[in-house]
Write a protein that binds this ligand. Structure first.
Ligand code: ATP
Ligand code: MG
Length: 563
């Protein structure tokens, strides 16, 4: 595999120190613990690269563990998609695919153990009352009147909770810690609740389910995890993580928090992403505009570019937002070297070379990738009628416009120098219909003529009749604002959806070599961007292209247009 060593970070420093001190007998064992309640997104990719990357570089292990304690929101579809996405990113977990739900029996036994130690009790307060008793950041909480039940009574009630004797919300099992703790998480948190719902793996076996904080640390412990890496919002839960394992006296991994990934113009909340899917604002979880791993894959991103991005952004202790440009640059850098270049016209303007024979076709040699001569060359047909981009012509050119204009000469890449002699317009609307040009036969192949004459502009083109007509989808950011949650009162991020996030060009005119483009291939359309042959919509001989990314980032473009 082409996964290179990742740069140092504070987590690796901790592991280095642990190894030096012989902690965990020199073992390094991490895990990636998604909840199967949605598809994985680019934030999860950061966590995956971190956990699996550490295991790889320290010759340790990384488990895939489904944190599936919430029976209502979880689905097998999500379980399968997570497996596929982690594999696609290039990581393996061997036999070590685990489910928190596989530990339900043991978790129940550990809960009984806590009760026996006098460290957990069944509480009959309603959810509302529990909230009121909890106190606030500035006020301590109040002890539940059920806090001092005897061990026997607690054991009996907990068993009867399990038997289904009580209604949802009528009782919970709580850890007996400290209602006056400055950390609200430690004020007798619930560790088991009644939920009369079937689970995607355990069926109707259980009607009580363990809470995240109780499940997670014990699952880590059971699996012999050494370093339990999670995002910063779990910092306040760390004392609880430690407390549970200390009370039970079982293997105690170290929880380490890092800053989650936030990306500009992007929403990374599973709840929000689910909403976009359910409200059909996108075509599904793998819509190429979605920040999901499956969305990036469908868009045409490579796994290696996403891994390179995760390495580049690093791992820190403070939250920040990464500009989308950083991600885009990582795929640009890769495709600049690997993607063959072709010519494609998305917004056509017809050019007639009036001094070129009507029945003639020349096969011009075009280089596949100037960055990589080993990619060789191909032939593109040149004919009397061509298409160029409408934007490459200006009737009244602004200063420094080096492309085509009346009376001006430009180089057609791999073609000829042509000169615009006449502009043909629709008499009614004034719209430019076509350009009549002449060519200089001494510039064949787009080379400079012997008289030493030079032109400043080079544009791309496609021969009209032989062109492949194809659908091209131009994707843009899903949210117009850098911070999609920057909204007026009473509105939410959906009000910042970009109405132009998808523009379909049909047909675009592509050089005929693309007739044989295969699903999953990537190309650079010269001067336009990088494109991916969509595996879902394409058929043999009839490729459909997704724009992965433009050639330069938007800010550069804006700056340029302002010059
Ligand atoms: P939720 O809890 O709302 O389902 P989540 O984002 O916490 O969402 P999980 O499936 O629990 O989703 O996440 C699995 C792992 O991925 C966790 O360890 C979590 O910390 C990590 N993770 C989630 N979002 C990000 C992010 N934006 N950046 C980095 N890591 C993330
Ligand atoms: Mg979570």
């Amino acid at each position: 595999m082409d996964i290179s060593k990742t740069p140092a970070n504070f987590i690796r420093d901790i592991i280095d120190e642990d190894l030096k001190n012989g902690k965990n007998g020199g073992r390094v064992h991490t895990r990636f613990p998604p909840e199967p309640n949605g598809y994985l997104h680019i934030g999860h990719a950061k966590s995956i690269c971190l956990n699996f990357g550490i295991a790889r570089d320290y010759r340790g292990l990384c488990n895939l563990r489904y944190d599936d304690t919430n029976p209502e929101k979880e689905e097998v579809e999500y379980v399968d998609s997570i497996r596929e996405d982690v594999h696609w990113l290039g990581f393996e977990w061997g036999e070590r695919e685990y489910y928190a739900s596989d530990y339900f029996d043991r978790l129940f036994a550990y809960a009984v153990d806590l009760i026996k130690k006098g460290k957990a009790y069944v509480c009959d307060l309603s959810p509302d009352e529990i909230r009121k008793y909890r106190g606030t950041l500035t006020e301590p909480g109040k002890e539940s009147p059920y806090r001092n039940r005897s061990v026997e009574e607690n054991l009996d009630l907990f068993e009867r909770m399990r038997q289904g004797e009580f209604d949802e919300g009528s009782r919970v099992l709580r850890a007996k810690i400290d209602m006056a703790s400055p950390n609200i998480t430690m004020r007798d948190p619930a560790i088991y609740r009644i939920k009369k719902a079937d689970h995607h793996r355990t069926g109707s076996k259980w009607c009580i389910y363990p809470m995240y904080d109780f499940t997670h640390c014990i699952s880590d412990s059971i699996e012999g995890i050494t370093h339990s890496i999670c995002t910063l919002e779990f910092e306040n839960n760390r004392p609880l993580y430690d407390w549970v394992l200390d009370q039970l006296g079982i293997h105690h991994p170290q929880q380490i928090e890092f800053a989650r990934l936030n990306l500009s113009n992007t929403v990374l909340s599973k709840r929000r992403l689910l909403e976009l899917v359910q409200k059909k604002m996108v075509s599904g979880w793998d819509d190429p505009r979605m920040p999901t791993i499956s969305g990036f894959r469908r868009r045409g991103y490579t796994a290696s570019s996403i891994r390179a991005f995760c390495d580049r952004i690093g791992v820190a202790k403070f939250n920040s937002t990464i500009d989308l440009v950083v991600l885009e640059n990582s795929i640009r850098e890769e495709l600049n070297k690997t993607a063959p270049r072709v010519m494609a016209i998305l917004d056509p303007l017809k050019v007639v070379i009036t001094d070129y024979p009507e029945d003639q076709t020349e096969e011009m040699e075009a280089v596949n990738n100037p960055e990589d001569p080993s990619q060789g060359s191909r032939r593109v047909p040149f004919t009397r009628e061509l298409y160029i981009e409408r934007d490459d012509f200006r009737e009244v050119p602004p200063p420094k416009f080096f492309r085509l204009a009346p009376g001006k000469e430009v180089r057609l890449r791999y073609g000829y120098f042509i000169k615009c002699e006449k502009v043909i317009k629709d008499t009614q609307t004034g719209k430019i219909l076509e350009l009549h040009c002449t060519h200089d036969p001494a510039t064949r192949g787009g080379n400079n003529p012997p008289d030493g004459r030079k032109v400043k502009g080079t544009i791309h083109w496609v021969a009209a009749k032989p062109a492949l007509k194809a659908e091209v989808r131009l994707y843009d950011v899903l949210f117009t604002k850098k911070d999609p949650n920057d909204v007026e009162e009473g509105k939410d991020c959906l009000s910042n959806l970009n109405p132009k996030s998808l523009e379909t060009v049909s047909p675009a005119y592509l050089e005929p070599s693309l007739k044989t483009a295969k699903a999953g291939e990537r190309y650079q359309f010269e001067r336009t961007g990088y494109f991916f042959v969509d595996p879902v919509s394409s058929a043999p001989g009839n490729p459909v292209f997704n724009r992965i990314v433009t050639l330069r980032d938007t800010w550069e473009k804006i700056e340029k247009s302002q010059k």
